[in-house]
Design a binder for this molecule. Structure first.
Ligand code: ATP
Length: 262
């Protein structure tokens, strides 16, 4: 087994008295695609923020290539982040920049690229996500949700990241566009040796792109000694998981929950 690229070791995160992650341990091997699922508030986005060093664990360690992210200085943290591509829910494009400049942004920020190189990389990445040259001068406001996601993905891929982090990449998209984005996540992985973490609510995405699924439970629903990870395995095992909470989530069945809260 390869050394994990990313490792959470006994991580807890609290905001005041609110525990969001509790003693969470998770290792991600290079080139794996891991989907993180679980109901709202279970700490999926917080987990992504820990990985990029936007949040620090209250206790425990977050390791990237065996180095604790909390110990990295500002310049090392920047270097680590340049190796990671992000696709956030709203695609987070810069509204005042054209599609071309959005995709070029990381290349210009990193520096050292000739203008011709920037041009060809931007074009390559846009082609990769199925957009033509005609999209380059457009402003984000002119784009549909699906197009924005594609541009966001092209931008995230501009620097050839080692790690791709997707936060709800298909939320708010119609089924066809959802499938397009799922397909692009798959292709991204088959074209390059990238390690991916996908936070999602969409089971279609899980079944299409994941090598492995990790399901988290909100800490508030756990008994004192229960682990926060309810499921860790291949997507095909979700439907027959022994834990009824996993099957309820997968089947979208809230009957027991409503009964329990009455
Ligand atoms: N900076 C913060 N300060 C205080 N509370 C926070 C902060 N960031 C997150 N939280 C809380 O932590 C909990 C988990 O948040 P997180 O965004 O990780 O949930 P999630 O599993 O991604 O949920 P969703 O599926 O709704 O996006 C939430 O209750 C949220 O309010």
């Amino acid at each position: 087994m390869a050394d994990p690229l990313i490792r959470l070791r006994g991580v807890s995160v609290r905001f005041g008295r609110h525990a969001v992650l509790r003693d969470l341990s998770l290792s991600v091997e290079p080139h794996q695609t891991v989907c993180v699922i679980g109901e709202s508030g279970c700490g999926k986005t917080v987990t992504l923020k820990l990985l990029v060093g936007l949040l620090k664990p209250t206790t425990g360690d977050v390791l990237f290539e065996n180095r604790s992210v909390s110990d990295l200085g500002e310049s090392e943290l920047t270097k680590m982040r340049l190796r990671m591509g992000f696709l956030f829910q709203q695609a987070a494009l810069f509204d005042s920049l054209t599609v071309f400049e959005n995709v070029a942004f990381g290349l210009r920020a990193k520096g050292g690229y000739a203008e011709a190189d920037i041009r060809s990389r931007v074009r390559d990445r846009l082609t990769e996500v199925g957009l033509t040259e005609a999209a380059e001068p457009k402003m984000p406001a002119e784009l549909s949700g699906g197009m924005r996601k594609r541009v966001g993905l092209a931008r995230a891929l501009a620097l050839d990241p080692d790690v791709m982090l997707y936060d709800e990449p298909t939320t708010g998209l119609d089924p066809i566009m959802t499938d397009v984005i799922n397909e692009l996540i798959l292709r991204t992985r088959s074209r390059r040796p990238v390690t991916s973490i996908v936070v999602t609510h969409e089971l279609r995405t899980v079944h299409k792109v994941a090598d492995r699924v990790v399901m988290l439970e909100p800490v508030g629903r756990l008994k004192a000694d229960e682990p926060q990870v309810l499921y860790d395995g291949p997507p095909a095992g979700l439907a027959t998981a022994t834990d009824p909470r996993v099957r309820e989530f997968v089947e979208g069945d809230a009957a027991r929950r409503i009964g329990a809260e009455e």
